[in-house]
Design a protein. Sequence first.
Length: 255
Amino acid sequence: MKCKNCLNQLANNQKFCPECGGKVIVNRITFKIIFEEFLDKFFNIDNKFYQTFLILLKRPQEVISGYLDGKRVHYFNPVSYFAFALTLSGLYFYLVQKGIIDYSKMMDVSAANYETEMQKEMALKINSFIVEYSNVLAVLFIPIYVLFTKVLFSKYKDYNWAEHFIINIYLYSEAAIITTVILLFSAFNGEIILTVNMIMFLLQLTYFAYALKKIFGLSMKALLIRILFFLLLIAGFFFLILMVGVVIGIMTHKG
């Protein structure tokens, strides 16, 4: 018997090819086999994605230290994990853009915080921009997060810039997957979508705080001080972006 992928000679009792690693297939495909392969691919406890998600949720330091130490066979590649998170969040914002998920209440609440029509119009434009370019913004913010964690946590572990990049895309991806799944499940209930959206940032911050505490071995006091600095840096960065947006909006409105 030969492997159908690489034509390597196989023993009759072999289930996987030792040359290419392909699974030996002897039976014709049926719907039962399709279903079994689907379950094995996505729900098997040995699946890398499933394992990575669960361990990042419960013991994030295990994934981070393991991957950085070279134990990478057990974990989903961080860039691929990030790509999956972007795809999932992209699906959510696509549904918003197409009107399948009603985002109008969020827009109305955002606009209601401003007094003049020009301010409301700019707020709606900013929200629309965020919805349309959410994934681009996520990619652009990763270097900012890397800078912040490098500055705030290098005292505890001397990770280099690339290692901080790995840490941040793993943590961002995990938080994004969790929050996007929650948003998708709540999106079709107009009564709770507003509340859920409002607590998503708090949920992401809580996960980041928990994960960073585990990864860097911080005391609660040290964690709180660095989270405070982190929030101040993020607030300052967002304020800068907001000011740039306001200036652009005013110039556009005048034009």
